[in-house]
Design a protein around this ligand. Structure first.
Ligand SMILES: [Zn+2]
Ligand SMILES: [Zn+2]
Length: 863
């Protein structure tokens, strides 16, 4: 019990502290408080600049008051940073350098209720205190100039130890520098800088000289102070560049800010090319980002276009805008395309009437079914500059297609829709010749020795030539690649031709013979034949190499040849890795011979000269048959299903094809960057995503089935709120006079309740809210109750201070934007007590026990 009372005493102190600060607006106003954004961020009359909380309460103070225009707020930030820097033990739980930490010193986090600052580094916090500092810099416009030490701004000084002033000034510069140059970590700060400089404050207006280099404007104040080797305008540039999207519709930056960023592009680009590892772009990712998206980059200035194109493609942002900046590329609305690889993947291949009617397989569909993606893809396919970038980029060329026959590519789908099948060919198959893929070894052409008989009489002679071939097709060579632009990604059949030729000649020395002799000649017999295939490849039909010619008689010269084709079914090789490893090998021999039998007799020839050769080889052209999927000719029959991401800000749409009968359902596609819009009317938000084919998906967020104009209701409970109720009960009689039986009898019972760091967490105030009514219970005496409505980045957007126990308070939010309401939350603090006294000389009995209650019960939100 002692502990509890003691705790309450501490709470009381904090409450007093917050009330003094809070009463800025509150005390002078009625219970129903109008608190538009602008009203709260200016210093209101009555603000106590003299009140500074003890240092253990700095975090709590800043979490509540960061968006006040206040010298005190600035001083507390400076003091906090100084203390943190001076106390190396800051982050150790036990000794916070003189700070004590317990539940009373909790600060109010961004919409997640109270939090301990134990272990927190305020200068390096990337969330709550990053947001709070950003708010203080926005509300106190001179504060940034003071922190970085701009001429004409009040310098930061050490009041306690003047010899430390230089160190403190460096510390403040370092903190700002660190945040500016790490915008991906300090995103709240970066967005605050965008807001702070929106009217040109600190950054001014630059111009660009004839060489394209920046000329800094005189009102570019940050150029006048340097840190770590560069003036602060460069560090601010590093920060703002992080927010630059370059897609023509910026989320955070206005036109003047974009122009300011762009004024540095040529200077930074040259710096990158000339100084590589030591350049600013190399050290600061957002500066690299800025030049990667520059017009210079798109136009291949100094030959760095491809590098920057690859970067933009990897980012999946602004790919279309980047290409359109090139002076040779001008595709209407291409800026809408963020992800070029995805765009090609979803382009169907219709021409929209671009091709001659006789070229389209289905001209009517080409005209009526063309999508935006088709239009973009076709325009880029026909643009040599765009192709140069696309073909050299792995990611985009994979969906554009590495060859015209690459079934995974857009250009394949376009080709099959614009290739009329020849008569008597299979309209659903392509037969693609490919040259010089066979790798052959062996003695493929052999000439036999001649044979000669120099005497009359019986004898036999023979000449035999034997040629041998070992020929191999590695299937990886038929795949699309730089060296095989006709490559095919899904072969079904491969046809390999083997060619054999034989020739022989025979010349009698006495010819023609008159009697008694016979000559016979033959060419080419099968010598050997063997086909070796990788697993999964089936030879089709006859797999022999037959004798191709036998001749008798005595022609003096003869030549025969034959070509035989072998067909292999490779459809069993279902994925690329199998194709890459597979091969077909044919081993074949062919012989050619000439022979003569000479009978005896005087008129028989004196002799004969025989000559023969044999040749066997693979035909130079291999034919690859590739089936055309019906979906590639007539488009898929897609069914899209959406999966929404967090806050409905992202979504993925998975398309499955109703016609897909493949084993692995390979027709599936996932769109990761649909265009998403949000529309809020009367607090009912409709999130809309537009899919790849213009189809839309809607999600209406209206959990209570509330009708428009009915208030939304939130009952506070342990899952959506913190510290929203407190109860106390006491029957203990307190006798302040130390009264005994003979004294004047006066005594009382007392119960007190506090709400410290009460909170309705983020996620419960819908967009479009114009007014909220907060219902509370207080018994019996309400001392005070303070409500802050805070935006998702910690700015106070609504406020009420209550001392009259009416059970209800209204806060007007009619001037508040949806942007401010996003992730907004409510903080509150309050106290109440009950005191039952008895003042009776004859004191009959005891004063009644006291019980007290203070709770925030429900909130109604009006639209
Ligand atoms: Zn067409
Ligand atoms: Zn399909």
């Amino acid at each position: 019990m002692f502990r509890k009372i003691n705790l309450k005493a501490i709470r009381k102190r904090i409450l007093a502290a917050t009330i003094i600060v809070a009463s800025v607006v509150g005390i002078l106003q009625p219970i129903t408080v109008t608190a538009a954004e602008s009203a709260v961020t200016t210093t209101a009359a009555g603000f106590s600049e003299n009140f500074i909380p003890t240092r253990s309460f700095y975090p709590s103070y800043l979490s509540k008051n960061a968006s006040q225009k206040s010298t005190t707020v600035k001083k507390i930030w400076e003091r906090l940073f100084y203390e943190e820097w001076k106390n190396p033990n800051w982050s150790k739980a036990q000794s916070k350098g003189g700070y004590y930490v317990n539940e009373t010193t909790d600060y109010h986090s961004l919409g997640e209720g109270p939090k301990s600052f134990e272990g927190k580094n305020f200068a390096k916090d990337s969330k709550d205190f990053d947001a709070f500092l950003g708010q203080s810099l926005i509300s106190n416009k001179e504060f940034l100039g003071e922190l970085v030490g701009l001429p004409g701004y009040a310098p930061i000084e050490s009041k306690l130890h003047p010899n430390e002033t230089t160190n403190i000034q460096n510390l403040m510069k370092n903190i700002v520098y660190t945040k500016l140059t790490n915008p991906e970590t300090y995103q709240y700060f970066a967005k605050a800088m965008a807001e702070l400089t929106a009217d040109g404050a600190y950054i001014g207006v630059n111009t660009v000289d004839k060489a394209g280099h920046v000329v800094k404007g005189s009102n570019n104040l940050l150029k006048d102070v340097s840190y770590n080797g560069q003036p602060f305008d460069i560090w601010m540039l590093s920060c703002l560049a992080f927010l630059y999207e370059g897609d023509g519709s910026e989320t955070y930056l206005n036109d003047a800010q974009v122009a300011w960023l762009k004024s540095y592009q040529r200077y930074l680009y040259d710096d990158y090319v000339d100084n590589e590892a030591n350049s600013l772009a190399k050290k600061y990712p957002s500066i690299y980002e800025l030049i990667a998206r520059s017009t210079d980059a798109s136009n291949n200035y100094r030959g760095y276009g491809q590098e920057f194109f690859n970067y933009v493609v990897d980012s999946k942002q602004g790919g279309g805008a980047w290409l359109n900046q090139n002076t040779n590329i001008n595709v209407a609305k291409l800026e809408q395309v963020d992800n070029l690889a995805e765009m090609f993947k979803f382009a169907i291949g219709w021409c929209g009437g671009f091709e001659n009617e006789n070229t389209c397989r289905d001209h009517a569909s080409c005209i009526h079914k063309m999508t935006d993606y088709d239009r973009f893809a076709m325009a880029l396919k026909n643009n040599t500059t765009a192709l140069y970038y696309i073909n050299a980029n792995e990611t985009v060329s994979a969906t554009f297609g590495k060859s015209i026959n690459d079934q995974n590519g857009y250009q394949y789908r376009y080709m099959v829709k614009h290739t009329r099948p020849l008569d008597n060919t299979n309209p659903n198959s392509l037969n693609i010749p490919m040259n010089n893929l066979m790798i052959s070894k062996g003695n493929t052409r052999q000439t036999a020795k001649s044979w000669h008989s120099s005497f009359h009489g019986e004898g036999t002679g023979v000449a035999v030539a034997y040629a041998h071939l070992l020929t191999t097709l590695n299937l990886k060579d038929i795949l699309p690649s730089e060296s095989n632009p006709d490559g095919v990604s899904n072969p079904q059949f491969i046809i390999i031709g083997i060619y054999a030729e034989g020739e022989y000649a025979c010349k009698m020395t006495k010819d023609p013979p008159t009697n008694g002799n016979t000559n016979s000649h033959s060419v080419s017999r099968k010598k050997d034949f063997k086909i070796t295939c990788s697993e999964g490849i089936d030879p089709i039909g006859e797999v022999k190499f037959k004798d191709y010619e036998t001749l008798g008689g005595v022609p003096t010269k003869n030549k025969k040849n034959v070509t035989k084709f072998y067909k292999f079914d490779v459809s069993g090789l279902t994925d690329v890795s199998m194709l890459e490893a597979a091969k077909i090998q044919i081993s074949v021999g062919a012989s050619s011979s000439a022979d003569a039998t000479n009978a005896s007799g005087s008129s028989s020839p004196e002799g004969a000269t025989y000559y023969t050769y044999a040749r066997v080889d693979a035909m130079p052209t291999v034919f690859v048959e590739s089936p055309i999927n019906d979906c590639d000719i007539n488009e898929h029959s897609y069914n899209g299903s959406i999966k929404w991401g967090e806050n409905y800000s992202t979504a993925t749409i998975t398309y499955t094809c109703r016609k897909d009968n493949t084993l692995d359902k390979s027709h599936n596609m996932i769109l990761t960057s649909p265009v998403i819009t949000h529309d809020t009317i009367d607090g009912i938000t409709t999130h809309k995503a537009t899919g790849a084919y213009g189809e839309t998906y809607r999600m209406v967020v209206n959990k209570d089935n509330r009708k428009p104009m009915e208030p939304a209701k939130v009952i506070l409970n342990d899952s959506n709120a913190s510290n929203y109720k407190d109860n106390d009960y006491s029957a203990t009689v307190i006798n302040p006079m130390g009264s005994g039986p003979n004294d004047i009898h006066y005594g009382y019972t007392h119960a007190s309740v506090k709400l410290h760091n009460g909170s309705l967490h983020k996620g419960h105030i819908p967009l479009g809210v114009k007014k909220i009514e907060i219902y509370y219970t207080a018994s019996e005496v309400l001392e005070e109750l303070i409500f802050y409505v805070k935006s998702g980045n910690g700015k106070t957007i609504g406020y009420a201070y209550v001392t009259s126990n009416t059970g209800k308070v209204t806060i007007n939010l009619s001037d508040t934007s949806d942007k401010a309401l996003t992730d907004s939350y409510i903080d509150f603090d309050g106290s109440a007590y009950t005191k039952h006294e008895l003042n009776d000389y004859w004191w009959n009995g005891q004063p009644a026990p006291s019980s007290a209650k203070l709770s925030v019960d429900k909130i109604l939100m009006y639209f």
